[in-house]
Design a protein around this ligand. Structure first.
Ligand code: GLY
Length: 381
């Protein structure tokens, strides 16, 4: 399956290949973009390297490439300037030129960091996104948002920089721990909560007109005990991934740089989520778990503002709980500290903290500015 994104302004096309079981065919596609002897720097983390690093590197070498691998630490703390510098120094020592390319082989941290390295190295070289987690496949690898965290500011330093192409093998995500898989499902659930608004904004093109809605598809998935959970999801994963990819692709095509408000809809739950992640020191919560908490808070806030029913809030909570995602934050995450962090969010405006909130029905959202902080405190407490 190949989906294509026509990127605003640059008229650049970013092919997205969804190829179950075909990770190693990446080398064949590379040959359509880069001649043999091109230097390819794979940036990955220790977990992904252990699982597939050797096989990927060998297949690229067999295709005639000069392959280098740099392994970054696992986890969000690696998304920082010092790790970025070490990747860039490695690239310099390996002699990468502007004709060469980096390969982001891993989850969201690897993708964001590698993309930002590629955006800045020699004023920009090519990179390829090869996402290995569900979260990266449905969201972070698509759309060219790259960057690192800057002190307390999540993604405080970054750019919009599109990969040459995206190569995703949905079967990879089953090899990761169940917790990672569920965290990715939080982003899938997020898409189901914004689907109608995206379809309407994009004029419901063929690729987005699905019956039943994504939320209904998710409701029909039966989750069994953990040991068989991944197999249960197996049949659904490709459909879930391609539907999310189609939604994200449509959004990025119309609002690559988050200027019209359309791309901002993808941030449903994220103002709360980033504050939860930051306050927990990126230790206890995976990004998707923080998104799960954020989706609940966004729904509750919409409810007390009077534009979302409490029964819809309960339906969303039930969906998140079905996939064993957290819906109640730890009491140690103090509301006043969370609000202080939300005020620093990139999305904050002169008119206070900006939220994307559910609006009237599941699948619809709107951007809301200027919410009274007492009401935010109310739902955080
Ligand atoms: N993850 C939100 C975006 O790419 O805009």
């Amino acid at each position: 399956m190949i989906l294509k994104t026509e990127i605003e302004k640059s008229a650049q096309t970013v092919p997205i290949h969804i190829r179950p079981g075909e990770l190693l065919l990446l080398s064949e596609v590379c040959l359509t973009h880069y001649p043999p002897k091109t230097k390819l720097l794979i940036v990955t983390d220790a977990i992904v390297k252990e699982l597939w690093g050797q096989a990927l590197s060998e297949s690229l070498k067999q295709a005639g490439y000069l392959v280098y691998t740099y392994t970054i630490p696992v986890g969000e703390s690696a998304k920082c300037l010092s790790v970025m510098e070490s990747v860039l120094r490695f690239a310099l020592e390996a002699g990468l030129s502007r004709q060469d390319a980096m390969i982001a082989f891993g989850g969201g941290v690897v993708g964001d960091l590698t993309g930002f390295c590629a955006a800045t190295y020699f004023r920009g070289i090519d990179y390829i996104q090869v996402p290995t987690t569900l979260l990266a496949q449905v969201d972070s690898a698509i759309g060219g948002k790259v960057g690192v965290n800057l002190h307390h500011a999540k993604n405080g330093l970054g750019a919009f920089y599109q990969p040459r192409f995206i190569w995703m093998d949905p079967t990879l995500v089953k090899h990761l721990p169940c917790r990672q898989l569920r965290a990715g499902l939080a982003e899938v659930i997020k898409y189901s909560l914004i689907e109608t608004s995206i379809q309407e904004a994009c004029g419901s093109p063929e690729s987005l007109s699905h019956t039943p809605p994504l939320f209904t598809v998710l409701q029909k998935i039966v989750v069994k005990e953990e040991a068989v959970e991944k197999d249960c999801l197996d049949t659904e994963l490709c459909e879930l991934i391609s539907r999310c990819v189609a939604l994200k692709t449509a959004v990025v095509s119309l609002d690559e740089q988050e200027k019209t408000g359309l791309r901002a809809l993808l941030n449903l739950g994220h103002t709360f989520a980033h504050a939860y992640e930051e306050l927990s020191g990126y230790q206890d919560l995976l990004h998707g778990e923080a998104v799960s908490l954020g989706l609940v808070k966004a729904a509750q806030l919409a409810s007390i503002l009077g534009h979302f029913s409490s029964s819809h809030v309960e339906t969303i909570i039930a969906m998140l709980e079905k996939f064993q995602l957290p819906t109640v934050p730890s009491p140690s995450l103090e509301p006043l500290k969370l609000i202080a962090l939300m005020r620093q969010d990139k999305k904050a405006t002169g008119n206070g903290i900006r939220f994307v909130l559910p609006d009237s029905d599941i699948g619809r959202v709107r951007i809301v500015d200027g919410v009274d902080e007492h009401q935010i405190l109310n739902i955080l407490s």
